[in-house]
Ligand binder design. Structure first.
Ligand SMILES: COc1cc(COC(=O)c2cn[nH]c2)cc(-c2cccnc2)c1
Length: 229
């Protein structure tokens, strides 16, 4: 998988050299490149924003630098890459979308700042490639970088070979549409709190049943809508 990120803060993504994704990058499973949007400007101040037509507070990101930066990544014609724009106006990011992103060969992330990116950037690239506006949650960030980091981690860990033990990807929250069951490890008793006895019983059927019941109970309590309730 190839991942290109366009941002005015490319150094933000140097942290991706660490952690799980660091190994995936070294092994060539995932190739991540951050591009500085200001490299696609040509004025002395390297200007990427301007005042909004129609008035209003804040600034809007100019289309020209985005056009030059994205063309520099996908060329000037049609592309099979997927352009992802983190935005408060996007579809909610879910584990299902993480799985969809993990199946892509080439992802291009556009990190918006200020009040957003001139709409014509999305409109133009929608004629040449698939474009998805994706929201990390119902709140406003100063820029898309934090959202892109989360999306790259959520999708990257699903790319085959990135996580050592694929089994660990199966029993986790949202993988089966439910929240995950509570987990315990040694010691069996800690500050007067004991591990649920069923987990020490060795009865794998009873353990599986208890874990599923815990998933249902926790999902009903915290996220009833996931049960269609
Ligand atoms: C591309 O257009 C954007 C992108 C972002 C950064 O992303 C998020 O905030 C986000 C992504 N998931 N959830 C929130 C922010 C704005 C923005 C800022 C101020 C007022 N209105 C809009 C616009």
């Amino acid at each position: 998988m190839r991942v290109d990120i366009v941002t005015i803060f490319p150094e933000f993504f140097s942290v991706l050299d660490l952690s799980l994704l660091g190994k995936a990058r070294q092994s060539g499973l995932i190739e991540v490149t951050a591009h500085d949007l200001r490299d696609a400007t040509h004025d002395r101040h390297r200007t990427v924003d301007d005042t909004p037509y129609g008035g209003g507070a804040g600034m809007v990101m100019k289309p020209e630098p985005w056009g030059e930066a994205i063309d520099g990544i996908v060329g000037d014609g049609a592309s099979d890459a997927l352009l992802v724009v983190p935005s408060p106006a996007g579809e909610p990011f879910t584990q299902q979308i993480a799985r969809e992103l993990a199946a892509e060969q080439h992802l291009v992330f556009a990190c918006g700042r200020y009040e957003g990116i001139d709409q014509r950037v999305v409109d133009h690239y929608a004629t040449r490639m698939r474009v998805r506006l994706i929201s990390l949650g119902d709140y406003v960030l100063n820029g898309g970088e934090v959202a892109v980091m989360a999306m790259i981690e959520a999708a990257g860990r699903l790319v085959p070979g990135v996580v050592g033990n694929p089994e660990s990807l199966v029993e986790e929250s949202h993988e089966d549409g439910l929240l995950e069951y509570p987990s315990y490890t040694k010691p069996a008793s800690w500050r007067g709190l004991d591990v649920p006895p069923v987990l020490l019983s060795g009865n794998h059927g009873a353990i599986a049943a208890w874990r599923h019941e815990q998933q249902i109970e926790r999902t009903r309590r915290v996220r009833p809508e996931l049960l269609g309730e």
